[in-house]
Design a protein around this ligand. Structure first.
Ligand SMILES: [Fe+2]
Length: 286
């Protein structure tokens, strides 16, 4: 063939024509079309293209067992949220990004346990009910939670300060579909900025902060699993999340309560912070 700027795309697409899996073939041919259109639009110089290769290489090298720079890159480009939203439930609790800190398995804990193994300054109780979108409470549903501490750091970021599993818990709902646990109110925090994604944010004048939130993955038999956050309403950066993950329906009030009945129910001396986050799961199509 005679390679030209215009003949490149059909030639590369045709090279995938014999791909046995139709989905893989469609993905690669679409990728080729969009990637080539992007290159034709940008017309990168050779040094710019080399920079792009070096950047992606650096993103790969920054990944470790406890750090996932590619997820971070996907997050700050809004791709993670696009994928989550496209795949989210049609009804029930909205989904949002997994984000890069779900790196370790959350320890199984009993209802009411604390996920704060360090001893934060103020106790926070998070409670809620997992229901089917039909309204039926889901007994035995699993609720995987993880969050940063009051200083905005996850256990995997500061293993010398926080024991592994701090800020994490895997709970099972009771016979009424309820879950509850003790923790500390999470802080807003910057995503890691000491790697290539941080350099990207710096070069573009973007701040790295995420509003305060608790991560959740809720699942139950015969229901769609949902990956989501409970965002602390009124948190700094709630309108400018660095990873675009905020949805209005996920804002939750984390309020101080002096309610002694609540204190007895959760085994906590008032005053304490209380947040309620109910989760609705869609039944799996049969
Ligand atoms: Fe987070």
């Amino acid at each position: 063939m005679d390679f030209t700027v215009d003949s490149a795309t059909p030639a590369v697409q045709a090279s995938f024509d014999a791909t046995p899996a139709p989905r893989l073939r469609a993905i690669l041919q679409s990728l080729t079309r969009h990637l080539h259109d992007f290159v034709r639009e940008i017309e990168p110089t050779i040094p710019e293209w080399n920079n792009a290769i070096e950047f992606l290489t650096a993103v790969g090298k920054a990944c470790t067992d406890t750090r996932q720079e590619f997820i971070l890159l996907s997050d700050v480009l809004g791709v993670s949220m696009l994928v989550e939203t496209i795949n989210g439930q049609d009804a029930g609790t909205e989904s949002t990004v997994l984000s890069p800190f779900h790196m370790t398995k959350s320890p199984a804990r009993a209802l009411g346990d604390s996920i704060d193994e360090v001893g934060g300054s103020r106790v926070c109780v998070v409670s809620g009910t997992v229901r089917s979108t039909s309204g039926r409470p889901l007994a035995g549903a699993t609720v995987d939670v993880w969050q940063c501490d009051e200083n905005g750091l996850y256990d995997v970021q500061v293993p010398d300060v926080q024991p592994a599993g701090n800020g994490r818990g895997l709970f099972t709902t009771d016979e009424l579909g309820r879950y509850w646990f003790r923790t500390v109110a999470p802080s807003h925090y910057p995503i890691p900025t000491d790697g290539p994604v941080g350099a990207l944010l710096n070069a573009t004048g973007r701040h790295p902060y995420r509003p305060a939130h608790v991560h959740f993955i809720a699942s139950a038999p015969a229901h769609e699993e949902v990956t989501t956050h409970a965002f602390v309403a009124g948190s700094p950066y709630i309108d400018s999340d660095a990873v675009f993950a905020v949805k209005k329906g996920l804002l939750v009030d984390f309020c101080e309560t002096t309610d002694s009945e609540l204190g007895v129910r959760y085994g906590v001396e008032p005053p304490f912070i209380h947040a309620t986050f109910d989760i609705e799961l869609e039944e799996t199509a049969s």
